[in-house]
Structure formats: C-alpha cells, structure tokens
Write a protein that binds this ligand. Structure first.
Ligand code: PRP
Length: 221
C-alpha cells in the first residue's frame, strides 16, 4: 500500500490537490465536491483523507496518516514539532496569527487594561505561551470560532485569531495589534513513517518541494 495523506479540508484544499496531482496522487473523486472523506489515488496505491485541519496533527502523530498538510497555526496550537517531523513550507494559505481588539478600546489606543487581560481565542496554547513570554497576566477564554464577537459583547478585552485580508476585523470594528506568527501550510510526517517508508515519503516531499517552488528542507532527523 502507498502513503496515507491527511489533508485540511477548506480553503487551501483547492491549492493542495494540484500539488498532489503533480506527485501522481489523483483521487478517484473530487474531494471538494464529494461527501466521501477517504479517497483512493488512481495510481500508486496512496490514500487522501480529508478532515478538519486541527485533526491532521493527531492522525499524523499516531501514525493513522503517514503525511499531513495543515496550517502552522494548527501545528503551533498542537504543541509544535515534537510529535512529528515538520518538513516543508508549501507557501500557501499565508496569513498571520495576531492579537486584535475593538478600535475604540483602551487596549487598541495604548492605554492600560486593569487586571489580567481577558483573551478570547481558539488558540489557547499559543496565546498562553505568547502572553507568558510577554510577562502579561491573562485570563484565557476558549471559543471555537467567530472570536471577533467576544470583545464586542464584553466577554473579552482582545482576541487571538488568524488575519488574512483583515476584512473580518474591519467589518466588526476591530483592529489588529500584534503579530504572534506568520502562518502558511506545512507538510508534516509521522516519525516512524519517515524511517519505514523513507523512499516514498522523500519522493513525495521532493515533488511537493518543487511544486511549492522552494528548495528548503531535506530530511532533518
Ligand atoms: C478565519 C479567521 C477570521 C477570518 C480572517 O476564519 O478566524 O475569522 O478567517 O480572514 P480575513 O482577515 O481575510 O477576514 P475562517 O474563515 O478560516 O473560519 P474558521 O472560524 O472556521 O477558522
């Protein structure tokens, strides 16, 4: 059997699928329109599995998938590269992980907020590490989406969220404050698969590296 590759469903899938195709991995049906979640490749015996980005690291860490593609934000939230090898930056899905607050708030206007900062986010681990490093006391408020609402409803002083065009912030009267990290889609590899399926993994990485137009990488054990 070939490799099992976990892909983040959603907006980057349409950019990742042509890269997979260059590697000879062409799903039997179109994952963007099908309700199926597991797709056999027409050649090579590979499988593509389409799932939530935040689940990709879990599948790769435990070896249910050999390879995964997901955002750096998700990898950071999962706890970084100790659980798998992060091998390649595909250069797609570029955005930034930022703090943001209402434009008319004390925080956005550079005034002090008394007591611990109330931070609403789905990136609680990233936010905890970031504010700890800043020496700032925070109360983390976990949410699963639409974080922009939280400061407007006085649930939080600020949010930590992905900013791409900035349109969502603007439409809700928020402004971006600090950049926590530059984000793009990364290829991660299960640690055992890197040894036991070295040839297949390397040939996939090599095609993806060319498709991404960068020569960074190579195996870093
Ligand atoms: C992300 C993010 C913002 C929005 C930012 O959500 O949480 O809401 O995109 O993009 P913009 O700066 O171009 O407006 P996404 O649409 O990915 O949905 P999600 O909440 O499910 O992550």
């Amino acid at each position: 059997m070939g490799l099992t590759i976990a892909l983040n469903r959603g907006r980057i899938l349409s950019e990742v699928l042509p890269m997979m195709q260059q590697a000879g991995i062409e799903p039997s049906e179109d994952p963007e329109s099908s309700r199926k979640l597991i797709f056999e490749s027409r050649t090579g015996g590979h499988r593509l599995v389409v799932m939530r980005g935040s689940d990709v690291p879990t599948y790769v860490e435990y070896g249910a998938a050999d390879v995964g593609v997901t955002g750096k934000d998700t990898i950071m939230e999962y706890g970084g590269g100790a659980h798998f090898y992060e091998q390649l930056d595909l250069g797609i899905g570029r955005c930034r992980l930022m703090t943001a607050a209402p434009a008319d708030s004390a925080l956005a206007q550079g005034r002090d907020v008394r007591g611990p900062l109330r931070v609403a986010t789905k990136f609680v681990n990233v936010a905890r590490r970031y504010f700890e490093a800043e020496g700032r006391q925070v109360t983390l408020i976990p949410l699963s989406g639409a974080m922009e609402i939280a400061p407007l409803m006085n649930l939080a002083d600020c949010i930590v969220d992905i900013v791409d065009t900035g349109n969502t912030l603007k439409a809700n009267g928020l402004v971006a404050l600090e950049t926590i990290a530059d984000i793009s889609s990364r290829v991660i590899v299960n640690r055992a698969s890197m040894r036991t399926r070295f040839g297949e993994v390397q040939s996939l990485l090599s095609v993806l590296r060319d498709a991404a137009g960068n020569d960074e990488g190579g195996w870093r054990g």
